[in-house]
Design a protein around this ligand. Structure first.
Ligand SMILES: NC(=O)c1ccc[n+]([C@@H]2O[C@H](COP(=O)([O-])OP(=O)(O)OC[C@H]3O[C@@H](n4cnc5c(N)ncnc54)[C@H](O)[C@@H]3O)[C@@H](O)[C@H]2O)c1
Ligand SMILES: O=C(O)C(=O)C[C@@H](O)[C@H](O)[C@H](O)COP(=O)(O)O
Ligand SMILES: [Zn+2]
Length: 357
């Protein structure tokens, strides 16, 4: 098992990464809690909830199961979970466990952040993508106008990443998770990026997958520790998300997975960077890698004005001006303000460029 420590403004927490950890949950509880609520989704419940429940202290353990998928990250499900927490009698000494992917992590984390003004929670991520979402304390739900518009920064007490759970992921979820690893590599580590470009993500060995996850987590943990509330370098973790989030909201939550949308957004950021800084970045190599690994790289039939309007509700936008994360080189991210008219031109040339790939 590997442990990575993250210091936040309110606590320090450990990310434990290893095999069979879901069967040893008790050892990760640092306190005695008055009750525990395990929040998960219907897919993960069928696979791993029993393992978790059997390995928790026997007293006052409750469960809440939400529908699987991005559509659950909404106000209604948030309210339903708050209602269940009240009905179960959770108090300020209670713990919430978020067992699942980024949807459950963001949602249950936001419930924990707001229930009785905040109670402890632990992340037990079960997707590759959740190597990113479980670290750093961003918790949120979506609004129809944009992703994660209602949320907080609220660090977990611990992250327990049992890599054995990743074997049951579908191909779609594997590629979704690898998109965030590509993002972390692009902002911080050229060698890691070049390594990933050689990976066949559906046939990666256990050892290889763990290596990639640990490197992604190290990059993320270092950034959130340096800038917890995103006033500086944390913005770089948003590479690819300006268009990615707009696509998710515009196409309807769940149409593209988060990682699939981010993959398109990463290409767009590279496209804009090349044009603005007159440089050559690995656009073609990344498109080919995405295509080989079956990412849906769509670039046509999009309503550019609607996308621009969504991008303006992005959390990085300032005074209604879109701020994008761009690259001066691989591992040299920068932020830059762009006019709507510039974005429109780049979206049009991006779509044309994708059509000939
Ligand atoms: N807070 C952050 O810093 C942060 C970072 C990145 C992404 N996110 C958010 O994370 C969300 C996406 O997370 P996700 O991709 O994990 O989606 P998800 O939680 O919806 O999980 C994807 C699908 O996989 C299923 N699943 C989960 N674990 C499984 C397992 N082990 N075996 C089989 N099936 C399993 C789920 O039931 C779901 O159907 C988005 O809402 C995104 O905005 C947040
Ligand atoms: O942790 C961060 O910071 C990130 O930007 C990680 C992203 O992968 C993640 O999707 C995050 O939720 C996006 O942040 P948001 O503030 O734009 O919602
Ligand atoms: Zn993301």
């Amino acid at each position: 098992m590997e442990k990575i420590l993250v210091k936040s403004s309110t606590n320090a927490y450990t990310i434990s990464i290893g095999e069979s950890l879901r069967l040893q949950i008790k050892q990760f509880l640092n306190k005695e809690y008055s009750s525990i609520l395990v929040v998960t989704d219907e897919h993960v419940a069928a696979l791993y909830l029993k393992d978790i429940l059997e390995n928790l202290p026997a007293y006052r353990v409750f469960q809440s199961i939400v529908p699987a998928g991005e559509k659950s990250k909404n106000l209604q499900t948030f309210y339903q979970l708050q209602t269940e927490a009240i009905e179960f009698g959770l108090d300020r000494e209670s713990l919430i466990i978020a067992l699942g992917g980024g949807v459950v992590g963001d949602l249950a984390g936001f419930v924990a952040a707001t229930y009785m003004r905040g109670i402890d929670y632990i992340q037990i991520p079960t997707t590759i993508l959740a190597h990113d979402s479980s670290v750093g304390g961003k918790v949120a739900i979506n609004h129809e106008f944009g992703k994660n518009l209602i949320g907080n920064f609220y660090p977990p007490e611990a992250v327990i990443y049992d890599v054995d759970t990743l074997h049951s992921l579908s191909e779609r979820e594997v590629r979704s998770g690898y998109a965030e690893l590509i993002k972390e590599a692009l902002i911080a580590d050229k060698n890691f990026f070049n390594t990933l470009l050689m990976v066949d993500i559906y046939n990666v060995s256990n050892h290889g997958l763990q290596k990639h996850l640990k490197q992604g987590i190290r990059i993320k943990a270092a950034i959130v520790e340096a800038d917890e509330r995103e006033s500086g370098v944390r913005k770089y973790l948003n590479l690819g998300h300006t268009l990615g989030h707009a696509l998710e909201a515009e196409l309807g939550y769940g149409t593209l997975t988060h990682g699939e949308a981010v993959a398109i957004g990463l290409l767009f950021s590279i496209h804009v960077s090349e044009a603005l800084y007159s440089i050559k970045l690995p656009f073609d190599e990344l498109v080919q890698w995405f295509k080989t690994n079956k990412y849906p790289i769509i670039g046509t039939d999009l309503n550019n004005l609607a996308l621009i309007s969504k991008m303006k509700s992005d959390k990085k936008a300032l005074k209604s001006k879109i701020q994008m994360v761009l690259l001066e080189d691989v591992a040299k991210p920068v932020t830059r303000e762009l006019e709507d008219t510039e974005i429109e031109i780049y979206l049009t040339s991006f779509e044309r460029r994708l059509m000939v790939q």
